[in-house]
Design a binder for this molecule. Structure first.
Ligand SMILES: Cc1cc2nc3c(=O)[nH]c(=O)nc-3n(C[C@H](O)[C@H](O)[C@H](O)COP(=O)(O)O)c2cc1C
Ligand code: SF4
Ligand code: SF4
Length: 426
């Protein structure tokens, strides 16, 4: 069995699977049950001024039979009194000294408010703090959460204020509702953050009821934008983690989240630079016990590869993520159809004919039987046909030998420029 213990900026946990700050971490009862189920850490539901919530507040976006492909909420931070949460954090930490308990915090952007709350939560023994600069609804309208998380100066200043008094590591949780997340991540680092976490939820409207014309969800017939999360946001979150991981200016650990539902997705986030992952929607959908599969799957994955510690995979795929200008223009793949596996459904032909490069021919063999064949000289290797094909193995994308030496756009431009300079020299 590999060693799954995780150290994120000095915060230790028995495994890299933490529950994200959200309904699953709303009380001591829940966090203790989660730890018993196997979760390595929990970021407590965000603490701050007591809040009023609305009813209803969640909506799911289903797709093709999957009930929760995406998830949307208009819930605010904790609506339980701070003293109650603090007492339960204290009791939970005493019962589970080796598990990570992180206090998620959100207050108005004022120095004394940050000092006050940081001291209060550290007094009850948390292992770290997560500053919530991400909540996109409700709190943002009062200048907190994403409203301050979208302003790099405010991220830097508030991180600095928290760090002025913090004795435990400070993680800054970033909003994805921004053009370039590395800008706010860098601001957090300038403010002294020990780690960054991402993503919080994405601005969204889950749907409109076409019969009542109410938004989904609605509160007495009125709606408001909410935060989107769950499987649908994973590619967005993974890109943001990758962008931060490859930035030379963001040299702090990353806690990754957004759509993680199983161990494979956790591995993807870790390979792309996350030291650990957080999970909310999948736990809300399936319950705490999903962590058993996550732990078992991760262990198998590591054991199969002879990897002794989970920390050894962190960031291993980051160097493979670059800019378009660094991709080899002479690399070529083409689609190849295996006539023995193909069921002649014709989906690939339609996709290529209507929306790609019209290079899948419908032919007949000598016995008159129809078959499909890709004209490889015209195929641009876009992958579309293999994506739409319903049969595994019927279409493979095959690498062709590189006739030209590798050449990226950046190298090409540099070569052209050098030739132009040479011409001028002549
Ligand atoms: C109902 C709900 C409430 C949430 N409340 C908080 C919160 O209080 N503080 C916070 O930092 N994030 C909150 N989040 C965001 C999650 O912590 C997490 O960043 C997001 O859901 C992405 O992870 P997921 O795709 O695994 O759900 C909430 C999410 C949901 C669905
Ligand atoms: S890879 Fe793209 S261009 Fe090539 S056959 Fe498939 S759909 Fe057509
Ligand atoms: S989509 Fe796949 S199964 Fe259908 S015709 Fe094309 S190769 Fe055959």
């Amino acid at each position: 069995m590999a060693n799954l213990t995780t150290n994120l900026a000095g915060i230790q946990s028995p495994n890299p699977f933490w529950l994200a700050s959200a309904p699953p971490t709303n009380s001591g009862y829940q966090v203790q049950r989660a730890f018993e189920a196997g979760w390595g850490g929990a970021v407590w539901k965000t603490l701050g001024d007591p809040i009023l919530n609305v009813s209803s507040r969640f909506a799911a976006v289903g797709f093709n039979g999957q009930r929760v492909a995406g998830f949307n909420n208009i819930e605010l931070i904790t609506d339980r009194p701070l003293e109650v949460n603090l007492k339960e954090i204290y009791e939970t930490k005493k019962k589970f000294p080796n598990h990570a308990i992180i206090a998620s915090l959100m207050v108005e952007p004022q120095q004394e408010k940050w000092h006050e709350i940081v001291k209060k939560v550290e007094d009850v023994g948390v292992d770290g703090l997560e500053l919530n600069f991400g909540c996109p609804h409700g709190m943002a309208e009062r200048g907190m959460g994403a409203a301050s998380g979208q302003v790099p100066d405010l991220v830097e200043k508030q991180t600095y204020w928290a760090k002025e008094v913090a004795q435990t590591p400070v993680i800054v949780k970033l909003t994805p509702n921004i053009t370039d997340i590395t800008v706010t991540a860098e601001a957090a680092v300038r403010g002294g953050a020990d780690a960054v976490s991402m993503i919080n939820t994405i601005n969204s409207l889950a749907g409109v009821d076409i019969h009542s014309w109410n938004t989904i969800p609605h509160v007495a017939g009125k709606g408001a934008h909410g935060g989107y999360c769950g499987p649908a946001v994973k590619p967005i979150a993974l890109n943001m983690v990758a962008e931060c991981a490859r930035s030379p200016f963001i040299n702090v650990p990353i806690s990754g989240m957004g759509g993680v539902s199983n161990w494979q997705e956790a591995v993807e986030f870790m390979l792309m630079g996350a030291a650990g992952v957080q999970v909310c929607t999948a736990a809300m959908h399936h319950g705490f016990r999903i962590v058993e599969d996550m732990i078992q799957g991760l262990n198998y994955y590591l054991d199969e590869r002879g990897i002794k510690k989970v920390s050894d995979i962190v960031g291993k795929a980051v160097s493979k993520y670059s800019d378009w200008g660094n991709l080899d223009l002479n690399y070529k793949v083409v689609a190849r159809i295996d006539p023995d596996t193909c069921i002649n459904c014709n989906k690939c032909h339609i996709s290529c004919e209507d929306t790609s490069h019209q290079c899948i021919d419908m032919l007949k063999d000598p016995s008159g039987k129809s078959y499909l064949k890709v004209r490889e000289e015209d195929c641009v290797g876009c992958n579309l046909c293999s994506i739409v094909c319903p049969v595994d193995g019927a279409i493979s994308m095959v690498e062709l030998p590189n006739e030209q030496p590798p050449m990226t756009w950046n190298e090409r431009q540099a070569a052209l420029q050098a030739t132009a300079v040479q011409r001028l020299d002549v």
